[in-house]
Design a protein around this ligand. Sequence first.
Ligand code: SAM
Length: 391
Amino acid sequence: MTMNPDSSADPVPIPVPVPAAWHERLVRLVPGLTAADLSLAIHPGDQMYSHSLAHHGQPDIALSQYFAISLQQFSVARQVVRSLFGADAGRLQWLDFACGYGRLLRLLPALVPPAQTWASDIQAPAVAFVERTFGVQGLLSSADPEQFAPAERFDVIWVASLFSHLPGPLFRAWLARLMHLLSPDGVICFSVRDASQLPPGMSLPEGGLLYSGDSENAELDPDIYGTTWASEAYVRQALAGQPYARLPRALANEQDLYIAAANPARDLSALTAIRRGPWGWLDRRRLDADGGLELEGWAGSLDDGQVDRVEIRFGSQARSLACTIDRPDVAHAFADPRMARVGWRCRLPWPGQVSEADAAVSLEVQAVSRQDERIVLYAGRALDETTAAVA
Ligand SMILES: C[S@@+](CC[C@H](N)C(=O)[O-])C[C@H]1O[C@@H](n2cnc3c(N)ncnc32)[C@H](O)[C@@H]1O
């Protein structure tokens, strides 16, 4: 298998506009990431961004969600690698399989140099984009696992949110194929949607895997890419006896992360200490009758239940809040009673008269855990059409 042949022929797409403040923010939030290493370019066809934009309707919310997922995914990847490979992490050969348009790859130079990173997807424009933008080696994938036969062997194969979209036969076939591409001491990390994520009233069939042809990606044939839920027993059987660790809801606080080793003697027990980090959402931004900015949301942690604080920056103002408001809906959604009081709310005076220009006043909301881990709940304009409409 060679580098992606389409890379030079593909016309350069006009990227999604990303405010420059994200550059400094991401460099600050990702240890080891240098300003020169970070590209902010998001491809207009990136389904991980466009799906969020279609759902929330506002670019600042979609970008905040997109980068929050990048940050959380990177943090878990870094912990996995540090705990399994220690100081050798910088020498690893890494494959981001089903990389999409590079939601993780843009942060990966903080862990593995691009010269040691391979990136593969079934979408040729995605592979061309990540080669060009992040300087990694592209490998075009295929619908048939047997056709994917790169010469390299990899120390880490990272597969975020692919097995959560595969029908049963492809789930097993891709797992076997990718396991075969591991170096003798290599590991595969892949995410799976567990039965706890099933919509109300649905359950897994006896075989342990449920597949539906619906997905966020209209480009892909529903026979090979849809939505999948699978039990641990199903995954264990598909791994055919290889040792593995399962980290429930370790990816975006939603999908379980499985780590399986090529070496049957590999000790994976240290992985249970991996932290998911803080998580949350800004539910509401609105102007009140007196022109103040009202903010409301939640922030919690599957590691500790409560976070330490929510930090808010609004123009030149800064606030730090504890989460003290009842949110039984959050505790229910995460099946974690420790998250029953994770709500927060505050009001900030608007600086001066509200005008068109004030829409640009920047707002940043972060949740901070007791171990000083951070996640961005929102970063962008304080005021937009939605905020003004409900004033
Ligand atoms: C939900 S996206 C996840 C993208 C990325 N891993 C992330 O977390 O942002 C799933 C990706 O799997 C890719 N995909 C689907 N079938 C594939 C296959 N047979 N080989 C490689 N990639 C595939 C899709 O094109 C899509 O980019």
